[in-house]
Design a protein around this ligand. Structure first.
Ligand SMILES: [Zn+2]
Length: 331
């Protein structure tokens, strides 16, 4: 009788335990604990996400120029603005190999440009948390959102949404953050980016360039430039460093106009006020672009769309558009 009772108890446990586990996994999450899948932009309802405020992005990118592939880890430091049992990041269909929240592996789904994350524990409001995502792009993809592999280089320019093509992000200018990138490439390439170059380390035929931006930046203004560049430096009257990344293939008549940038900043400062960032400069890619973009502290140009007025236009955007930025895309 005792034995039979024991068996009955065991049988019950065996059947009940899986049901409990299943019930837990499928339990609907209270709406009050879910960060919204859009930040509330009337033009782009799914752009950005609610429930948190990103402070900093730390990107480590290994770039294979031959395979046209990136392998990366992005660490996002954010502050919760509500209790979060689930929240979203904007992210394209890159291949995720690991994802954790505060160093604990978290559940996630990738659904049409939204990365839906469920941490193991509910994040309390006003607490800082980190999301670490390790991923790779599919090989031989020419474009990853704003990231563009061309022959001998990479250009990154994408307004308004293109950043989520190469890193997980709260993709909206109303959630600006500081950034740091460390980009590893084969030795023959040079890497320029937003902000200030921190350090360069070389090992086994590969070189890692680290760049940091001390001022908050909208994600559409993030840029990384990879190529064969001549680096040309200058300084404004007030000591703002200028570092230009000119493709070695740029015709001289195009480059001459960029010599005016220091004078332009000196003049704009008398009209707009102090230059708002730590540095300025232009990258000129070996591409015949039909546009230019005011990527923060390092405006992006090609060899075919870069005259004095366009150079002045992208520079003026550093004050208007970049330092003072859109709260929503209709403005
Ligand atoms: Zn413009």
């Amino acid at each position: 009788m005792k034995k039979l009772l024991l068996w009955l108890i065991l049988l019950n446990l065996i059947t009940i335990v899986p049901i409990l586990v299943l019930a837990q996994e499928n339990a609907p999450i209270d709406d009050a604990l879910i960060g919204s899948e859009g930040i509330g932009d009337p033009y782009y309802p799914s752009m950005g996400n609610g429930g948190y405020d990103v402070q900093h992005y730390d990107l480590m990118l290994d770039v294979d120029m031959n395979a046209r592939q990136i392998r990366a880890t992005t660490i996002i430091s954010a502050i919760a603005t509500q209790p979060l049992a689930q929240f979203n990041l904007d992210f394209a269909d890159l291949i995720i190999s690991a994802l954790s929240v505060d160093d604990q592996p978290a559940e996630y789904d990738q659904i049409e440009g939204e990365l839906v994350i469920r941490p193991t524990a509910i994040i309390a409001p006003n607490t800082r948390f980190t999301v670490t995502v390790t991923y790779a792009s599919h090989p031989n993809m020419e474009r990853l959102g704003s990231w563009y592999f061309y022959d001998g280089g990479v250009m990154v320019a994408g307004e308004p949404q293109g950043a989520s093509g190469w890193y997980p992000v709260n993709e909206h200018p109303s959630d600006k953050a500081t950034y740091r990138y460390c980009v590893t490439v084969d030795d023959e390439y040079v890497v320029g980016a937003n902000g200030t170059q921190e350090r360069v380390t070389a090992q086994d035929g590969r070189t890692t360039y680290c760049w940091s931006s001390q001022d908050p930046m909208s994600s559409y203004l993030t840029t990384i430039a990879i190529g064969d560049f001549n680096i040309v430096t200058d300084k404004t009257r007030n000591g703002i460093p200028i570092r230009n990344y000119f493709t070695v293939n740029a015709p001289d008549d195009i480059l001459n106009d960029f010599d005016l940038q220091a004078d332009m900043i000196d003049f704009f400062e008398t009209v707009f006020g102090p230059y708002p960032f730590e540095a300025y400069g232009a990258v000129v890619h070996n591409l015949e672009l039909g546009f230019a973009l005011e990527t923060q502290t390092l405006s992006t140009f090609g060899i075919a769309f870069a005259d004095e007025s366009i150079i002045a236009h992208e520079l003026a955007h550093q004050w208007f558009g970049n330092a003072v930025s859109p709260a929503a895309w209709q403005h």
